[in-house]
Design a protein around this ligand. Structure first.
Ligand code: FAD
Length: 353
């Protein structure tokens, strides 16, 4: 493999039922930075059926070029077809760096492509940079239980690939009217030749906790002790019309379900406000919430690491402070104009009262 044949930064732009997932657009921001440093093009890769019109949004989010394969066999995600299509593109156009969202499909595709084109893959990357002289992509992620950040290099194979979780990167501001080059490619396969068939789609109707999209999160840690303490935190969350988060210890104690867990093995969140109650601030928790716009922590221990990440710290017993906050917000929210939190969000996230 001649590494010098490989140039350009690529981002897999995931779509579902013709709607772009935010994560692809977020990754264009990271890709833009890498491409500018390497002085190469930033390219999106878009697969699907009747998806070409989505390229406009991809250019406005920072791409210079979009490789599109528009074919009915790509309407729904299947490892088999997507791996073939992306593998062919990689072999033909030879990108040096290729980023994917760490969604279920993104992770599945990235690992399949890595086996198809024989290259490495860094999963769940949280920080990215590039050594321009050596053209080496530096993908960093928590390792050894999150106690250290490991920077992973792929020196001998191309492309250098990574998955990145949704919400880790902030999107670039939309540039209306920005455009670029569309490269249309084809997949040489017929439906009847494929091994995998989509027989039926069963949508999960269970009401899930949508922490990723939440504007305000109130999160409980082991300092809340038990179900009674959790109910106290829940009351504050309900008052603020906020979503309810938790540390892993709270989840493991059976106090709430895993879909509330914030952190390395939970969900990465970037709300406008994150209130951490009785959470120590272990690195595995911090990596999941440290990009929140405003972090407020309540903890009895003044040395708790959460205070390093917090913008406001309340050194106090959560059992005293939380009910006081709840009643103060309830009072303030009776008259919405008095509440800054209520005004935070035009989407009505805190529009109580
Ligand atoms: P603790 O660390 O026990 O902290 C409790 C805090 O409450 C303390 O700071 C204490 O001072 C304070 N407190 C006690 N009483 C009160 C009171 N009355 N009022 C106010 N404060 C009080 N953790 C996650 O959260 N998310 C993850 O995704 C995650 N993934 C992990 C992955 C791996 C591979 C490993 C090894 C660990 C992971 N962890 C994760 C666990 C993590 O290391 C910590 O153990 C966990 O985050 C601690 O949870 P905590 O802060 O609730 O509990």
């Amino acid at each position: 493999m001649n590494l010098d044949d490989y140039r350009g930064v690529w981002v897999f732009i995931e779509q579902k039922e013709g709607v772009l997932l935010e994560v692809g657009l977020e990754l264009l921001a990271a890709g833009r930075d890498l491409a500018d440093k390497l002085e190469v093009e930033l390219c999106g890769v878009l697969l699907g059926d009747q998806v070409k019109s989505l390229t406009k949004t991809i250019f406005e989010a920072g791409a210079d070029k979009v490789y599109v394969i528009d074919d009915p066999v790509l309407q729904l995600y299947r490892t088999e077809t997507y791996m073939m299509a992306v593998g062919d593109l990689v072999r033909k156009y030879k990108p040096e760096i290729f980023l994917y969202g760490a969604t279920s499909n993104g992770k599945d595709l990235a690992s399949a492509v890595a086996t198809e084109v024989l290259c490495g893959l860094t999963a769940d990357t949280t920080l990215m940079d590039v050594n321009v002289d050596k053209r080496l992509f530096e993908a960093s992620r928590p390792a050894f239980g999150g106690n250290i950040m490991a920077t992973i290099l792929c020196k001998k194979h191309r492309p250098q690939m990574a998955t990145i979780r949704p919400k880790v990167i902030k999107r670039l501001p939309v540039e209306p009217g920005r455009s670029g080059e569309v490269v249309e490619e084809f997949i040489d396969v017929r439906e009847e030749d494929l091994k995998t068939k989509v027989v039926r789609i069963v949508k999960d109707t269970k009401k899930s906790v949508n922490l990723e999209e939440a504007s305000v999160i109130v999160s409980a840690g082991k300092g809340i002790k038990d179900e009674k303490g959790f109910a106290m935190v829940k009351e504050l969350a309900e008052t603020l019309n906020a979503s309810l988060g938790a540390s892993r210890d709270v989840v493991e104690a059976g106090i709430c379900s895993h879909d509330h867990q914030v952190g390395q093995t939970g969900i990465t969140v970037t709300p406008k406000v994150y209130i951490a109650i009785g959470i120590s601030g272990a690195i595995q928790h911090l990596v999941g919430m440290q990009n929140s716009d405003l972090i407020i922590a309540i903890n009895t221990d003044p040395d708790a690491p959460i205070f390093q990440a917090a913008h406001y710290g309340i050194i106090a017993d959560a059992f005293e402070v939380t009910p006081l906050l709840t009643s103060a917000f309830q009072e303030a929210l009776k008259e919405p104009s008095k509440s800054s939190l209520a005004k935070q969000d035009e989407e009505g996230v805190t529009s109580h009262g």
